[in-house]
Design a protein around this ligand. Structure first.
Ligand SMILES: O=C(O)CCC(=O)C(=O)O
Length: 308
């Protein structure tokens, strides 16, 4: 049980920890009012976490946006909305919780997401996509913006999977679709260990970059699943991912003394060029025969640019 151990001991052993009522309702209400007024009815393109593409909002019959939003802390066209989200992600209570779990005095906000409705996120370990260098120190928080109904498609973790190494072949290392298939096989074989807790408005579940997690299927699409996620890097580490050879170059801004990632143009500024570029990567990423040569070319181009 969480209460019988210190948060850090529990987190290290199980790969997650829940802080109840960490975010005040007033702040969540402010964010959701702006969301309903500006984001949901907008005709603009948004860069999606669910598809890794620029897409317009698609609204469900129940009135929810079906695709999730990536990096809401740095939206070019909605600075006030982004400001409120940063207030939540960088709250002193959130920072204190992070420090309790990692013992690092400071953390950088690296990535954020907003979900209106469940997208049944496939099981994965974050370190495949985003991690600290050296690996295993990045963490993330799942923020409930409402009481999450059991039939909405809850977020889940696989407790103790932070100690699991899933061995991947070359295709699985370079292509998201094959990687997700491998993790699905693993999760299916451990179905009875899945933990999808009931989370109430203001609760935050933190998990480690090695912890296998995802979202259960939606049972009743009449229920929304309003939530945020934020990925945090203890500030003493560099940013990378499990198979990265060198750390990523990151531009940081600062919000009330906390560093946050300034999002690169291709995911922040919509244009035909950024749409085509990101559409190509989304397409290639699902196909190992394209993903591997495309990644090799990208590496060479990066190297040449560095020499300019
Ligand atoms: O909320 C979800 O459905 C999944 C979020 C997630 O997997 C992540 O932020 O890494």
């Amino acid at each position: 049980m969480q209460t019988l151990q210190t948060p850090q001991k529990y987190y290290d052993a199980n790969g997650y920890y829940i802080f109840r009522k960490l975010i005040p309702d007033t702040l969540i209400d402010q964010l959701m009012e702006r969301y309903q007024a500006e984001i949901l009815p907008s005709d603009n393109y948004f860069f999606r976490q669910s598809s890794t593409r620029w897409e317009k909002n698609k609204i469900s019959e129940s009135g929810y946006c079906q695709g999730s939003f990536l990096n809401i802390h740095d939206l070019e066209k909605y600075p006030e909305f982004s400001e409120i989200s940063k207030k939540i992600f960088c709250l002193p209570e959130v920072r204190a919780a992070l420090t309790q779990l990692t013992e690092s005095p400071n953390h950088n906000l690296m990535q954020s997401m907003l979900f209106d409705q469940n997208t049944a996120t496939p099981a994965h370990q974050d370190w495949y996509y985003l991690d600290s260098m050296p690996n295993g120190h990045m963490m993330a928080g799942w923020f409930a913006l409402e009481d999450i109904h059991e039939e909405a498609g809850r977020f889940f973790v696989l407790p103790k999977s932070n100690h699991v190494t899933v061995h991947l072949n070359e295709d699985e290392k370079s292509s998201k679709a094959t990687y997700e298939r491998k993790l699905k096989e693993y999760t299916d074989a451990h179905q009875d260990e899945i933990y999808a807790p009931a989370l109430q408005k203001g609760d935050v579940l933190f998990w480690n970059s090695r912890t296998i997690h995802g979202a259960l299927p939606t049972i009743n699409p009449q229920y929304s699943r309003k939530s945020l996620t934020a990925h945090y890097l203890p500030s003493q580490y560099q940013s990378g991912s499990l198979y990265a050879k060198v750390p990523s170059e990151i531009d940081y801004g600062e919000y009330e003394g906390m560093k946050y990632r300034v999002i690169p143009t291709r995911q922040r500024h919509f244009s035909i060029k950024t749409k085509l570029e990101t559409d190509f990567w989304a397409y290639a990423w699902d196909r190992p025969y394209l993903a591997r040569p495309a990644l090799a070319v990208k590496k060479v181009v990066k190297k040449l640019k560095g020499k300019e």
